[in-house]
Design a protein around this ligand. Structure first.
Ligand SMILES: *Cc1c(COP(=O)(O)O)cnc(C)c1O
Length: 394
C-alpha cells in the first residue's frame, strides 16, 4: 500500500506551486477510482445486487471519513456536492433565501473568493438585503473591524477560514462565539483550510462549512457541504429529481431524509469513492504534520525571497501556505509566464477575489506539504535571473 502513496504528477519535471488552485493526487486515489470502474461499476441506491450494494457501502464509507475528518456530530450533516462553489450556492439559496427577511444584513470580507461573494450578491438582488463588506488591510482581516460592523440587522457572517488570496487565517472560533451570542449564523468557506489545518466543526461551532476534495489530494467533482443538523432540517433542496424523493404523485412530494434530499441525481460516485483514499492518506500523514511542514517551507521560502532585493513580498504577516510576490517594473503576468518557461507553475492575477483591496496583480506561490526545499531553491535561483526576466517581459 505504501508504494501507492507516490504522486504520478511529481515525475513530470515541473515544479508545482499552484496548490491553492488544485493539488496533485497520490496514486492510491487514482487507483481507487479505477477500481470502481473496473470492478463494481454500478449506480448507488438503484440496484438490488451486490455491486450496487458495494457502491452504497463505499459512498457511506467516504461520508463517515469526512465526518471524522472535520469532527461533525452526525454523518447526516455531510452532504456531497460538486465543489465549494456548489456548496456555498446551496447554503445561500437553500437556506438563506428562505430564512432572511427584508432589511437583514450579511457581513462578508472584501477578500473573499468570488464563490463566497456572487451568490450573496444574487441573493441580495432577489431580496431587499444589504451586504456589508469589511475591508482587509495589508491582506489581513482584522477581526475587530469585522465585529464592529455587526448591527442588530446582521443575520449572517460568511468568511473564508483561510483566504486563497493571501493565506490570511481568521479566528473562526471567536467569530462564531460572538456571532452566536447575537443570534447571527456563521458560514465558513474552508476550501483553503481543510487541506492544510485541523478542522473541528464542533469546537469552532460553525453553522455551515464548505470545501472541495480536489484541493486536498482528492478528485475533482466532489465538494462537501457541512451544516448543523437542525439547520439542514430547515434547508430546502436546491435541485429536484431522482434519488432525493421518497414518493410523489401529482401534487405531493415527500422528501428523503437528510442528507439524501440534497443529493439529487447521480453523484460523481467514482470521485466520492476516490476521495476516501485522500482522507485516509492525509490522516496517515497527520494534518498537524502537514501544517508543520508547510510552515517550514513557507518560512524558508520567505527567508530566501527576502535575500533578493528587487522582490516585493506582500503577505508576510499571514499564516497560510501562500506567498504573494512581484518584481518592480515587471508585470506579474509576465513573471508567471517566465516561470512557466522554467517549468515552474504559479498563478498571477487577482486570484478569483476581485473585490479585494490588493488592487495590484501579484504572483501567487501556493505550497502544499509535498513541495520540497529543493524546489524552493530552484525557484529562487530562477528568480535571480533579473536580466533574463526583464528581457523576457519586453
Ligand atoms: C478554490 C476556492 C473556492 C472555489 O472552489 P471550487 O472547487 O472551484 O468550487 C472557494 N473559496 C476558496 C477560498 C477557494 O480557494
Amino acid at each position: 500500500m505504501m508504494e501507492d502513496n507516490y504522486f504520478p504528477m511529481k515525475d513530470k519535471n515541473i515544479v508545482y506551486f499552484d496548490n491553492a488552485a488544485t493539488t496533485f493526487k497520490p496514486y492510491r486515489v487514482i487507483k481507487k477510482i479505477m477500481d470502481y470502474y473496473n470492478d463494481y461499476n454500478a449506480n448507488s441506491h438503484r440496484g438490488d445486487y451486490d455491486i450496487s450494494f458495494k457502491v452504497d457501502d463505499e459512498i457511506d464509507n467516504t461520508r463517515n471519513l469526512v465526518k471524522e475528518f472535520i469532527n461533525a456530530k452526525y454523518k447526516e450533516e455531510i452532504i456531497f456536492t460538486r465543489n465549494t462553489t456548489n456548496s456555498l450556492n446551496m447554503i445561500v439559496f437553500g437556506y438563506f433565501l428562505n430564512n432572511l427577511n427584508d432589511g437583514d444584513e450579511i457581513l462578508l470580507s472584501s477578500s473573499e473568493h468570488a464563490s463566497n461573494i456572487l451568490p450573496w450578491q444574487i441573493l441580495a438582488l432577489k431580496k431587499n438585503i444589504k451586504i456589508i463588506f469589511v475591508d482587509s488591510k495589508n491582506e489581513k482581516l482584522e477581526i475587530d473591524d469585522l465585529l464592529s460592523k455587526i448591527t442588530n440587522k446582521t443575520k449572517v457572517i460568511s468568511v473564508a477560514h483561510i483566504t486563497n488570496v493571501s493565506g490570511d487565517k481568521r479566528d473562526i472560533k471567536k467569530i462564531c462565539d460572538i456571532a452566536h451570542k447575537k443570534g447571527i449564523l456563521v458560514v465558513v468557506d474552508a476550501a483553503q483550510s481543510a487541506p492544510h489545518i485541523k478542522i473541528d466543526v464542533k469546537d469552532l461551532d460553525v453553522d455551515f462549512l464548505a470545501f472541495s476534495a480536489h484541493k486536498m489530494c482528492g478528485p475533482t467533482g466532489v465538494g462537501i457541504l457541512y451544516g448543523k443538523y437542525n439547520l439542514l432540517k430547515k434547508m430546502v433542496p436546491f435541485e429536484f429529481g431522482g434519488g432525493m424523493n421518497l414518493t410523489y404523485d401529482e401534487n405531493r412530494l415527500k422528501l428523503l431524509d437528510i442528507p439524501y434530499r440534497f443529493e439529487a441525481g447521480t453523484l460523481d460516485l467514482a470521485s466520492i469513492i476516490g476521495f476516501s483514499e485522500s482522507i485516509k492518506y492525509l490522516n496517515e500523514i497527520g494534518i498537524s504534520n502537514i501544517e508543520k511542514k508547510e510552515k517550514e517551507l513557507r518560512k524558508y521560502l520567505i527567508n530566501e525571497l527576502e535575500k533578493i532585493p528587487y522582490i516585493k513580498i506582500y503577505n508576510k504577516d499571514c499564516k497560510g501556505s501562500i506567498v504573494l510576490i512581484n518584481i518592480d517594473g515587471i508585470l506579474s503576468g509576465d513573471l508567471g509566464l517566465y516561470l512557466n518557461t522554467k517549468g515552474i507553475c504559479v498563478r498571477s492575477g487577482k486570484h478569483c477575489a476581485k473585490m479585494g483591496d490588493n488592487k495590484e496583480d501579484t504572483v501567487r506561490i501556493s505550497l502544499y506539504f509535498y513541495n520540497t526545499f529543493h524546489e524552493i531553491d530552484y525557484l529562487i535561483n530562477v528568480l535571480k535571473n533579473k536580466k533574463e526576466i526583464e528581457e523576457f517581459s519586453k
